[in-house]
Design a protein around this ligand. Sequence first.
Ligand SMILES: NC(=O)C1=CN([C@@H]2O[C@H](COP(=O)(O)OP(=O)(O)OC[C@H]3O[C@@H](n4cnc5c(N)ncnc54)[C@H](O)[C@@H]3O)[C@@H](O)[C@H]2O)C=CC1
Ligand SMILES: O=C(CO)[C@H](O)[C@H](O)COP(=O)(O)O
Length: 298
Amino acid sequence: MELGVIGLGRMGRIVVDRVLDGGHDVVAFDIDEDAVADAAAAGATPADSIPDLAEKLGAEKRIWLMVPAGDPVDAALDELDDYLDGDDVVVDGGNSYFQDSVRRAEFCPAAYLDCGTSGGPAGAELGFSLMVGGPEWAYDELTPVFDAVATNPSGHDHMGPAGSGHYVKMVHNGVEYALMQAYGEGFDLLANGRYDLDLESVARTWNNGAVIRSWLLELCEEAFREEGNDLGDVADHVAGGSTGTWTVQESLEQEVALPIIYQALAERFDSRNDGKFARRLANRLRYGFGRHDVVRND
Ligand SMILES: NC(=O)C1=CN([C@@H]2O[C@H](COP(=O)(O)OP(=O)(O)OC[C@H]3O[C@@H](n4cnc5c(N)ncnc54)[C@H](O)[C@@H]3O)[C@@H](O)[C@H]2O)C=CC1
Ligand SMILES: O=C(CO)[C@H](O)[C@H](O)COP(=O)(O)O
C-alpha cells in the first residue's frame, strides 16, 4: 500500500518508519522542510506541499494525519478537500476532540477514520495501540497499515462509528491522568514518610510481579534513576490537560461520576497556580476567626 503521511514530528515520524518497515510506500509532508528531508532519508518520497502529496499518491488515496489537534487538522483537510473522493481514506491519528472528528467525518469527501493513538514516542520499537472509529470498510482497507503501526494485530481495533476512536482515546487519557496521580501520591508518602527509602528500588520491586506493575510504573523507576530519589530540579508544574478536561466535561454531560479523574485534572491545574489564592485566604481567615498567626512571605 502507498500511504501519505502529513505531520512528521515525534509521532508521525514513527508512523513513517513503521509503515516503511512493514513493506509499504510512504509519501511524506510536513511544514518543516527538515522533517521532510529526514523522512526522505529514511525511504519516504518527499512532498513539498499537501497538493503535491495528493498528486503523488494518485487514485485511491490513503492519508494519515499526525499533526497537532485543532486548527492544523482542519487546515490540512481544507487543503486536501479538492483532491479527495469517496474511494479515499483519511486517518487522523492525533489527539483530536471526538466531536471535531464527528464534524470532520461529515464534511470530508473521503472516508474518515478517527484513530486514538497510544504508546507515545517511546512506542517506536514496540508499536502503538490504535483505537479506530469510522466506516468499517475503511478500517478493513487500512488494516495492513494499522498492522504495521500497532504493536501487533491485537494492538488495533474498530471501536465504532465516527468519533468513537477519539472518544475511547479521550477516556484513556483520563485514566492516564488518574494513574499518574495515584503513583504520585504513593511515592509522595514514601518520600516523606517514616522510612528512608530508595524509590527506584521500590518501583523496580513493584514492577516485578506486584499487582500495580505497569508501563507508567516503569517510567517512575526510570524517573528516579535519571533524576534522583528527590527528582532533583524537576518542577512542581504539570502542563497539558486538554484530553483530561474533555473527559471530565463529558462525564458531567453524561452524569457519570469520575471523581478520581477530576481530582487528577484539578491537581494538574493547581500545579500551575503559584501562591494559590484560596490557600492564602485560608491562612488569613485563621487569623480572622482564631487570632492564629498569619504565615507571611519573606
Ligand atoms: N507525543 C505523544 O506522546 C502523543 C501525541 N499524540 C498526538 O499526535 C499528534 C502529533 O503529536 P506529536 O507528533 O507529538 O507532535 P509534534 O509537535 O512532535 O509534531 C507535529 C508535527 O506536525 C507538523 N505540522 C503542524 N501543522 C502542520 C500542517 N498544517 N501541515 C503539515 N504538518 C504540520 C509540525 O511541523 C510537526 O512536525 C497530536 O495530536 C498529539 O496530541 C498522540 C499520542 C501520543
Ligand atoms: O496522548 C498522549 C499520551 O497518551 C499524549 O502524550 C498527550 O499529550 C498526553 O496528554 P496531556 O498532554 O494532557 O498530558
